[in-house]
Design a protein around this ligand. Sequence first.
Ligand code: SF4
Length: 97
Amino acid sequence: MNEESKSSRRQFLKIGGAAIAMIPVVAMSGNALATVNAAMRTSMKYQDKPNGANHCANCMHFVPGKTAKALGGCQIFPGDTEISPNGYCVAWAAKPK
Ligand code: SF4
């Protein structure tokens, strides 16, 4: 197994772990999506600023808003529509070219 696939596997396990950790929160609250996202944002170390050249707008998980500068969504944060195109989290993965 090469370094790139080890890294991808580690990232997948990290994301999967965070998603599994959120299941009890979702099951207990049901309607507290903002709270769920706040906890998930914390666990994924989401920040509203880029990490060097890596930011949500060039991440494969980003769902763009209406304009390039508008808040958008993220496939990792279900239902969250306030992801900054200049944000960043540990699940960042380069958008395929
Ligand atoms: S996975 Fe992280 S870096 Fe990528 S779009 Fe979502 S919040 Fe931004």
